[in-house]
Write a protein that binds this ligand. Structure first.
Ligand SMILES: NC(=O)c1ccc[n+]([C@@H]2O[C@H](COP(=O)([O-])OP(=O)(O)OC[C@H]3O[C@@H](n4cnc5c(N)ncnc54)[C@H](O)[C@@H]3O)[C@@H](O)[C@H]2O)c1
Length: 410
């Protein structure tokens, strides 16, 4: 149960895959526990919100919890209304919480609009794609004493916390060489992704490689200095071309090098929702040291009588109970758990705590400064190396993988 009761309303902007799979269940569980007030969901199209309201898994898990599906009454189901969220921001009481889950290239506008409406913000990663945009967001947030949390949920995976603790206590020595991969399933291409994954907007490294760049910093405290991203263009089902395969090389301030491969290519017939993991080779105490995470195989192997239904459903499966799991604890419904849930919850709870504990502007700023300097919750200022890497990566990929210096992120 929650540590406190709160009536703070939450507005979720964006009703796509991540909203269904992680964000909305986390918010509805908080609502169930009395940790937040009304949860409202809006999107560019009424049809996405309607699909969430009808989603079988959400209905099964939350028969006892409602959310407000904020449809635009002036639009037909599939008519895009990209500005609709603004009317909902206008009616939200100031200093509530807005969760932003729209495509990467739209984060800047939506986050700034939320801040200008005096709302705390939780934004899915990557916060924005340029250092200047991150600085702008930080300025707006600071001016109003608002918290912006970036939802890098791998930080809330216990294995990341264990690695950080052991690395920072010196047990691994110094990171020198590393390799990481995160390949999403092939069928992602058929989803709404194709509408925002064109080569001029984003790429596989910026979309998912950023998790491992963030994780290496989270574990080691090192900052990236240069990046080279080689991308392979491939055709999306709608005819657009996107960098659906990327190979990145990230250099760090101590001379270390991390190779990160990303794609939307993991076979639909392969087990697990994706393949991902990281190995860091370190100096140890003059003997070498190694940190290896298999981030999709969590020790469970199932071979079903029949292949599971739906895209990517397989007969042999390696499900991860750690990221997100619906647990039957006797009802009503199901309880979502996992680091994806903890991550959203932590950011929303910290935003609410700022309001609960602050009795002055100075106190509010002091609480936010303490959250930033603790370095667990990612904020614009303490995770700006991610925007710096994204910015350099976009330049590099457009230039065939040229090594580009990562701009200073302060
Ligand atoms: N592992 C992760 O951390 C992870 C995983 C998936 C997605 N994400 C991030 O989440 C974001 C969304 O990804 P997704 O997979 O849900 O994508 P998606 O395409 O499935 O959904 C995007 C949603 O945003 C809505 N939208 C677009 N423009 C809008 C606007 N102007 N106003 C309101 N809504 C608007 C769309 O209608 C859709 O509902 C991306 O930034 C992505 O990088 C993170």
């Amino acid at each position: 149960m929650s540590r406190y009761v709160s009536e703070t309303p939450v507005l979720l902007i964006g009703a796509g895959m991540i909203a269904h799979d992680q964000i909305l269940p986390a918010l509805l569980q908080m609502r169930r526990e009395g940790a937040v007030g009304e949860v409202t969901v809006c999107s560019q199209r009424n049809s996405s919100v309607e699909a969430l309201a009808q989603a079988p898994m959400l209905r099964r898990a939350f028969p006892d919890v409602d959310f407000r599906a904020a449809l635009d009454p002036t639009a037909s189901s599939d008519e895009p209304r990209p500005e609709h969220y603004r009317s909902l921001l206008a009616e939200l009481p100031e200093r509530s919480v807005v969760v932003v889950a729209v495509p990467d290239q739209l984060h800047r506008r939506v986050v700034l609009d939320a801040l200008c409406a005096s709302q705390h913000v939780c934004c899915v990663k990557p916060l924005v794609l340029r250092v200047a945009d991150s600085l702008e967001i930080e300025r707006e947030a600071r001016a109003r004493g608002l918290l912006v949390g970036v939802e890098y949920h791998k930080r809330f995976d216990p294995r990341s916390i264990m690695a950080r603790d052991r690395y920072r206590s010196g047990q691994f020595g110094e990171f020198k060489l590393g390799t990481a991969r995160l390949m999403e399933k092939w069928h992602y291409r058929d989803s709404n992704f194709q509408n925002w994954f064109a080569a001029d907007a984003t790429d596989s490294f910026v979309y998912i490689g950023c998790h491992y760049v963030d994780l290496v910093h989270f574990v080691t405290g090192l900052l990236p200095t240069a990046v080279s991203v080689y991308g392979i263009l491939d055709e999306l089902p709608n005819g657009d071309r996107g960098y659906l395969w990327t190979d990145a090389r990230v250099l760090w301030e101590n001379g270390a090098c991390l190779n990160v491969q990303n794609s939307l290519s993991f076979p639909d017939a392969a087990p697990g929702p994706n393949t991902q993991g990281m190995t860091l080779y370190c100096t140890g105490s003059g003997r070498g040291a190694l940190l290896e995470h298999s981030d999709q195989y969590r020790g469970i192997a199932y071979s079903f009588g029949e292949a599971a239904s739906g895209p990517g459903g397989t007969q042999y499966a390696e499900p991860s109970p750690d990221y997100f799991l619906y647990q039957d604890l006797g009802g009503p419904g199901l309880v979502p758990t996992g680091y994806g849930v903890r991550s959203v919850r932590h950011i929303v709870e910290e935003a609410i705590r700022v309001e609960r504990e602050a009795d002055s502007e100075d106190r509010r700023r002091a609480i936010i400064a303490a959250i930033e300097s603790a370095g667990i919750l990612a904020t614009p200022s303490n995770s700006r190396y991610n925007e710096a890497v994204c910015e350099a990566a976009r330049e590099s990929i457009a230039d065939g993988g040229r090594l580009v210096a990562v701009p200073r992120s302060e």
